[in-house]
Design a binder for this molecule. Structure first.
Ligand code: APR
Ligand code: ZN
Ligand code: ZN
Length: 361
């Protein structure tokens, strides 16, 4: 039997979100219905609401979530009712060229539920990133459910579903930060701070945090930054070079998504270093680099999408590290809120007041 639950809908471009009754069908083949316990508020939800991703309104927002599997389709064997899971937006296919070449984090054909959730009048909903978890229950592909140790609090677990995984993964997967490395992180919001925490976890010796806001730099220190640079008052490229014996950092992680910070990242790396771009540019952004500057350097320039993560490999590992006290995922939760406070949370996010607001259900 299809069920009716409450969910947060973005009805149209730039319109305020509102709570609506949504209809969640029974899971079909390859699908699962999840009772959502917590869901973080991410920039991408705001971009959906602003029409910056596509025009498939109405959206069911929310995609950074944890909860308990309620029911599964007949053929589903990987997860079962009662399992505590983090939802992911990378359920890999296993058969595309990227998967076959051993790089499933580039999978071309990630799975979402085939059936649609709807409003009570039958209008089909577009779930954010194929998840839609600002709702009491949601329908996803079973492969979007990753089982983790249920000892972790849901509001902490959910964060791995997007932003925190993107940051930690940028350091440990894309940047391949290793023991003794010097790392610079430009932009210390939730994603940059997670890159700092990931770099500490990976054994980086020097972690240089760069931001334009002293409050952010203070938090970055508590996440593991060993040095901080305010790029409003100091040239970040010079400062990073000074702090690394004139060389530049082994790994530079850009977590802002602006042309000037992309450029800073390029020039702040060691000649053989790696630049990791995590900040998402807008479609019209460009940077110009003199070709001799590109040619004259080794190393690599990489982009990182969802931290190049494999949910089935990375989520349980990071939750275990958190439960062992070796990674403080709880530090990313600024506040917990109710389902009807998402609009306010967007405003606070816009002002830069929070790392993460998390809806708890
Ligand atoms: N130089 C350095 N830091 C900057 C600059 C700048 N020119 N402009 C902004 N910042 C800082 C802000 O002060 C803030 O601390 O960058 C940080 C951005 O953080 P958030 O807005 O909280 O964004 P976050 O969620 O961390 O995401 C960062 O990664 O995944 C992408 O889409 C995401 O592009 C976004 C980026
Ligand atoms: Zn694939
Ligand atoms: Zn997100």
């Amino acid at each position: 039997m299809a069920q009716e639950v409450r969910g947060v809908i973005a009805p149209g471009k730039d319109e305020p979100v509102r709570i609506e009754t949504i209809v969640v069908p029974d899971p079909g083949p390859g699908e699962a219905v999840v009772r959502v316990q917590a869901c973080g508020v991410c920039h991408t939800d705001l971009h959906y609401k602003q029409g910056g991703i596509n025009d498939d309104f109405p959206f069911l927002l929310g995609h950074e979530a944890a909860g308990v599997v309620e029911s599964v389709g007949d053929d589903v064997t990987d997860v079962a009712p009662g399992d505590f899971v983090i939802l992911n937006w990378r359920a890999v296919c296993g058969t595309c060229r990227a998967c076959l070449r051993g790089r499933p984090w580039y999978c071309f054909d990630t799975h979402n539920a085939k059936q649609k959730m709807t409003l009570t009048d039958g209008t089909e909903l577009s779930p954010a990133l194929g998840i839609g978890a600002f709702a009491e229950k949601t329908l996803v592909a079973a492969g979007q459910c990753t089982k983790v140790d249920p000892a972790v609090a849901p509001q902490v677990a959910g964060l791995l579903g997007c932003g925190v995984m993107a940051g930690i993964g940028a350091a440990i997967n894309t940047g391949n930060v290793g023991r003794g490395d010097s790392v610079a992180v430009i932009g210390c919001g939730g994603v940059g701070d997670a890159a700092i925490a990931g770099s500490r976890l990976a054994g980086a010796a020097k972690i240089i945090a760069v931001d334009i806001d002293d409050r952010k730099l203070e938090t970055a220190r508590s996440m593991g930054a060993t040095h901080t640079v305010n790029s409003r008052t100091d040239d970040p490229v010079e400062a990073i070079r000074d702090l690394t014996g004139g060389n530049g950092a082994d790994v530079v992680i850009e977590a802002v998504g602006r042309p000037e910070t992309y450029k800073q990242a390029f020039y702040a790396r060691d000649l053989a270093g790696t630049v990791v771009l995590v900040g998402v540019p807008t479609p019209d952004m460009k940077i110009e680099l003199p070709l001799p500057d590109v040619f004259g350097r080794g190393g690599s320039l990489k982009s990182s999408w969802y931290g190049d993560c494999l949910p089935s490999r990375d989520f349980p590992m990071l939750i275990d590290l958190h439960l062992q006290g070796r990674l403080d995922l709880g530090a990313f939760v600024t506040e917990t809120i109710a389902l009807d406070e998402v609009e306010k949370a967007f405003e606070r996010m816009h002002r830069g007041d929070v790392l993460r607001s998390v809806v708890v259900l």
